[in-house]
Design a protein around this ligand. Structure first.
Ligand code: SF4
Ligand code: SF4
Length: 126
């Protein structure tokens, strides 16, 4: 019988990062913190459904050399509830509103936002 496990052949992309929701950066301090996060290699920030997230690329210590979970029976709830249909290895595009992979990308976004704000300020004074 053919093995239809969708995880076969995948290098366990879902076991190679953690992602945490963070506060929307509303002020200069929060923006500076985002810049600091993104100055580190392996760190990304994305916005999905209006919510900001910090992603840290780091391999789970339980992932074995065959890309299998070495702690399967006792794996955390989040791993148990993860669905293969919409995972990193599926063809589904992640629908991020924003995605920053470096502090330079974020800085350029902030500059564009500032410019937009300035232009809309000018327009409303006309
Ligand atoms: S859930 Fe997706 S990303 Fe994770 S091992 Fe399976 S196919 Fe790969
Ligand atoms: S505990 Fe297992 S399923 Fe969960 S991230 Fe680690 S290797 Fe992957």
């Amino acid at each position: 019988m053919p093995d239809n496990n969708p995880c076969d052949g995948c290098n366990a992309k879902c076991c190679r990062y953690i992602a945490l929701e963070i506060d929307t950066p509303e002020d200069r301090n929060a923006q500076e913190n985002i810049r600091w996060y993104l100055s580190h290699t392996g760190v990304q920030v994305y916005v999905e459904d209006g919510k900001w997230h910090l992603q840290v690329n780091t391999k789970c210590r339980h992932l074995d050399k065959n890309n299998r979970c070495g702690n399967y029976a006792d794996r955390p709830k989040i791993c148990r509830s993860y669905k293969t249909g919409n995972c990193e290895n599926s063809n589904t595009e992640y629908d991020y509103e924003l995605h920053f992979k470096s502090d330079a990308e974020y800085k350029s976004y902030l500059a564009k936002q500032k410019k937009k704000k300035k232009q809309s300020g000018k327009a409303s004074r006309k």
